[in-house]
Design a protein around this ligand. Structure first.
Ligand SMILES: [Zn+2]
Length: 317
């Protein structure tokens, strides 16, 4: 069973604004189901979404069940007011504000809490990321508040400093983690954190020599190579790595993005067999799938295979 541990069902990997416009008034079930079926067709039956402010991933969770799949969603993500993340969630100004927003969040029955601790990787400058948007104390408070409600926490973060804060504050998974060092990998080992390095958004631009980024490609390649080296090191150290494609972000399509991510991980020097193994084991860990859910996916898959078999045999008659 394959798991994509980082997707954005509200986006299509091609045109950011247009994709979001399709869900402007209400989340569009046809578009969402089409994406889900792409995953299913490729054998990926469990997904974890990064959240959105259009309720797309909440509807996707219901539609996934109809498809015999499991999708985890934070509902909307939490980001620091005035910082990166508006399309993913709701802003909080301080911890008093977080308390109120978190109460609203709980009403949608989220599967995990998603926090944006930093912005994106800057393609123009190696190693440049804005500083942490929340302090260690704030992160600790938010993460513990979520854990009190039995919610695991997914933290979007880049830079060594911010990854360190996230891990020490108790994040269950670190998303992206560009520019981290061996120090943070050791911290992840100590804290049993799962790392989702999302190589595909950068790697796919390099593979396709995307003309939109011609000037930036040399720098993107440098950043991507540095991330690949850390992924290899993490694997050797025994850090739990999961496969998360970041599908929906530019250049990463739903379904296929998972295999792109696998290919990028294989390019670090880890065997394909090992990558697929960690995709399953650590994917199940990242999504916190229980036996009942695993059985649900398994049974649904089996019934599809039987149905296909019946259809195939009726063709023969
Ligand atoms: Zn993402």
């Amino acid at each position: 069973m394959l798991v994509d541990a980082h997707v954005h069902l509200a986006l299509d990997g091609i045109a950011f604004q247009e994709a979001r416009l399709q869900h402007k008034d209400n989340p569009n079930p046809t578009i969402i189901t089409n994406f889900l079926r792409k995953y299913k067709k490729m054998g990926i039956c469990a997904l974890r979404d990064g959240g959105d402010n259009l309720n797309v991933s909440l509807l996707a969770r219901e539609l996934a069940l109809e498809e015999g799949m499991i999708l985890r969603t934070p509902g909307f993500a939490i980001y620091k007011q005035g910082c990166y993340g508006s399309f993913l969630g709701k802003p909080v100004a301080d911890m008093a504000d977080f308390k109120n927003v978190f109460k609203k969040l709980l009403a949608s029955n989220p599967d995990h809490l998603k926090i944006l601790l930093t912005g994106l990787v800057d393609f123009n400058q190696f190693g440049k990321v804005d500083g942490s948007h929340f302090s260690y104390d704030e992160m600790y408070y938010m993460i513990q508040t979520a854990k009190d409600q039995d919610l695991p926490v997914m933290v979007h973060t880049n830079s060594a400093e911010a990854v360190g804060i996230a891990v020490k504050a108790g994040a269950n998974t670190v998303e992206h983690g560009y520019f981290l060092t061996e120090n943070e990998l050791q911290l992840m080992l100590e804290h049993d954190t799962i790392w989702i390095p999302t190589l595909a958004p950068l790697g796919n631009l390099i593979t396709s020599k995307d003309s939109r980024f011609t000037d930036q490609l040399p720098n993107i390649a440098r950043i991507y190579d540095a991330q690949k080296a850390q992924v290899k090191k993490a694997f050797e150290l025994g850090v739990k790595i999961a496969v998360g494609s970041d599908a929906g972000s530019y250049g990463v399509s739903h379904g296929k993005g998972f295999y792109d991510e696998v290919d990028h991980m294989v390019m670090t020097g880890i065997s394909k067999h090992a990558v697929l193994e960690l995709a399953t084991a650590n994917g199940i860990g990242a999504l916190n799938l229980n036996n009942k859910e695993l059985d649900y996916i398994f049974q649904a898959k089996k019934s599809i295979e039987l149905r296909n078999y019946d259809e195939d045999s009726s063709d023969l008659l």
